[in-house]
Design a protein around this ligand. Structure first.
Ligand code: PMP
Length: 380
């Protein structure tokens, strides 16, 4: 049987061996509850705080600025609801006087939450990316209003891999005194990020995108920005998110992230080579008018390609690729199975037909040169 070629790392990645081995003892031998005062509890607490510090260091954050969550969807919903509609925390604020600036191609966890805020009366401004899948800082500046409470713009788009000018946007928003959130789920562990240099107030991340475990993630909250509690109860996570802490998740996430960050220069070079090899091979087997790369000249995540094939159906193509042993996806994995045209591609100004004709190829860190050839040849 032919080996499976997995080129859907943007959907998820396997737990790294290093992270698994590091975290395994915390499922059985070291099973303590971090709130217990006995030795088992103390070990759990120390391990949890060590993981928090390690994760913080990879982003230039203080340990107390990292809050553990179940993943990015939770953290995104928390921030948007808490900052944009702080009805409970600040009853003096009328929700009708709140504006949020975001984009038309955010992940559904942001998009659907913004839609729900709109139903509650919040005014949301959705900026459109250009044809290359990039938001303009000038558009962000022009969209700001006196009542803009939050700007939420992703670091890297999950369908296109395109990087947004978050350094420029961060500088602008710091000058204007507007809170800046970035959903960095696709970027953390894949490109260097420093929350201070980038002037980020809130950043969200998910461990399973960088070879950590599923159902675990974190939120960076700048120490001087207020955030109302999300879950009340035992006061874990500094009273912000109650519930017995997931020590396995924290240890595995810290290990996976440090491992990925340490290997970044090597992984980046290797994944860029794979991406180029795939494009070269595709150009050998197809004519240049048969397909295009969205954002080809834009800065993108390494090893990440969104290919639009003229006149083809992306959904059918990914099924065909699967039959030939290649796992890729169309649109975002979270919405695949749903055959609507991609909201992200429509936002870049492409037609409905084009927005149904794309395949996303995202190489994981263990991808090898043969994978690039296998993907191109499977399309023949
Ligand atoms: N934001 C982005 C940009 C994503 O790619 C994803 C995962 N597809 C999420 C948020 C949601 O992450 P999680 O799976 O941790 O809820």
């Amino acid at each position: 049987m032919k080996p499976i070629v997995y080129v859907d790392a943007a959907a998820t990645t396997p737990l790294s061996e290093f992270a698994f081995n590091r975290a395994l003892p915390f499922l059985r031998e070291d099973f303590g509850n971090a709130s217990s005062r006995h030795s088992h509890g103390v070990t759990a607490r120390q391990t949890l705080e060590e993981s928090r510090r390690t994760i913080g260091e990879t982003l230039g954050a203080r340990s107390e600025e990292i809050v553990f969550t179940s993943g990015a969807s939770e953290a995104n919903a928390w921030i948007l609801n808490a900052i944009a509609a702080p009805i409970v925390a600040a009853p003096a604020i009328n929700v009708k006087d709140v504006n949020v600036v975001s984009t038309a191609f955010e992940h559904s966890s942001i998009w659907e939450t913004l839609r729900s805020l709109e139903r509650r009366g919040v005014a949301v401004t959705y900026l459109r990316p250009n044809r290359d899948g990039v938001i303009s800082t000038a558009d962000v500046a022009a969209a700001l209003r006196p009542n803009t409470r939050l700007v939420s713009i992703m670091t890297a788009n999950n369908e296109l891999g395109t990087l947004q000018p978050i350094a420029e946007i961060g500088r602008l928003l710091r000058e204007r005194g507007v809170v800046f959130h970035t959903d960095a789920t696709q970027a953390v562990g894949h490109i260097p990020l420093n929350v201070n240099e980038l002037n980020i107030d809130f950043l969200t991340a998910s461990a399973h995108k960088f070879n950590g475990p599923k159902g675990f993630g974190f939120l960076y909250r700048r120490h001087d920005v207020d955030l109302p509690a999300f879950i009340l109860g035992g006061s874990q996570e500094r009273g912000l998110r109650s519930g017995t802490e997931n020590i396995f998740g924290a240890v595995a996430t810290a290990a996976a992230l440090t491992e990925n960050v340490a290997a970044l220069p090597e992984t980046t070079a290797r994944l860029c080579n794979l991406e180029n090899a795939l494009l070269r091979r595709l150009r050998e087997v197809l004519s240049s008018s048969d397909f295009s790369v969205v954002g080809e000249s834009a800065a993108r995540l390494p090893g990440f390609l969104n290919l639009v094939f003229n006149g083809a159906d992306g959904d059918t193509m990914t099924r065909l690729l699967d039959l030939r042993g290649v796992c890729a996806s169309t649109g975002s994995a979270c919405s695949s199975g749903d055959v609507k045209p991609s909201r992200t591609l429509l936002a870049t100004g492409r037609s409905e037909l084009e927005a149904r004709s794309s395949v996303r190829v995202s190489f994981g860190r263990s991808a090898v040169p043969d994978d690039a050839v296998a993907v191109a040849d499977a399309r023949k």
